[in-house]
Design a protein around this ligand. Structure first.
Ligand SMILES: N[C@@H](CCC[C@H](N)C(=O)O)C(=O)O
Length: 279
């Protein structure tokens, strides 16, 4: 099985070219995905980006909208679970499409479980995705490393709880899944902790549903920017988001949000391993 390894601000992915959608990623609740993403026994990644044609049976069965897009980003978290969207992933996905000669430099639609996203990619430089509108929800609390934090629900196609806090970020242990309101987030949630907006910028860390603490999260970055603006009494603006893995730029206007940052492919190879038990 051919694979490509890529990352966006160190949020890393195994890219699986599978135009016909013939690779079985579903058996045993995503056993193959867990094996690929395992950092000791596999390739190692936060998630898998399967590259599938929108007219392939698995894409049709997933209910993706193939009217505009030729390619479906079938995203899986490192634990094998499905997620609706991945902001860094879709930028790496576009980098792969360009590198593989499947699209030309420019702006292209990519189908995701959260709908179509338009991604602008060139041979070099950052990749920008129109993330669509972010929807602010109610306030809610979480407990991170024994510290109770208040945040705001933000729907970026996938669920987030973004907590703007004065608590020093570096001291927090984000390895364990934070507690959250299961009524508000019945399908789980990604939890961001971030500093208040200062000089147009924030620092942000994240615990991702299905992947644990990651070095960056694109949808989380947008959720954090929207929450930081909201906390500052604003609903539009441009926010520079510093994550442990790098810096992203978020634009928020009345209609949509955009996410800009690096997206790189770093390796390609062949996965030939028998899928190990116990992952
Ligand atoms: N890292 C991604 C988000 C991946 C999905 C997330 N863990 C979820 O389950 O919703 C990003 O860059 O947005």
């Amino acid at each position: 099985m051919e694979f490509v390894k890529g990352h966006g601000t160190e949020n890393d992915f195994v890219v699986l070219p599978d135009p016909d959608g013939s690779i079985d990623l579903d058996t045993d609740d995503g056993h193959l995905v867990r094996a690929l993403c395992h950092r000791r026994r596999g390739i190692g990644a936060d998630g898998v980006l399967r590259v599938v044609r929108t007219d392939a049976p698995v894409a049709v069965a997933a209910g993706v909208d193939g009217t505009e897009a030729t390619w479906f980003m079938d995203y899986r978290n490192g634990d094998g679970s499905l997620a609706e969207m991945c902001g860094n992933g879709v930028r790496v996905f576009a980098r792969y499409l360009l590198d593989a000669g499947l699209v030309a430099p420019g702006t292209h639609p990519v189908a995701t479980r959260a709908g179509t996203r338009w991604v602008t990619v060139d041979r070099t430089g950052p990749v920008t995705v129109d993330m669509g509108p972010s929807v602010l929800g109610p306030a809610s609390t979480t407990v991170v490393d024994g510290v109770e934090l208040t945040g705001v629900a933000v729907d970026v196609g996938n669920p987030h709880l973004a907590c703007v806090t004065g608590t020093p970020l570096d001291a927090l242990d984000l390895a364990a899944p934070p507690a959250y309101d299961r009524t508000l987030f019945p399908h789980g949630v990604n939890v961001e902790v971030l500093t208040p907006l200062a000089d147009g910028a924030v620092r942000l860390r994240v615990h991702e549903r299905g992947s644990g603490e990651t070095r960056s999260c694109g949808t989380g970055t947008v959720a954090g920017a929207v929450a930081a603006l909201d906390a500052a009494g604003r609903h539009t603006g441009t926010v520079t988001v510093h994550t442990p893995g790098g810096t992203l730029l978020v634009g928020v206007d009345g209609a949509t949000t955009t996410l800009t940052g690096p997206a790189e492919l770093v390796a390609h190879g062949t996965w030939g391993a028998a899928v190990p038990a116990g992952v």
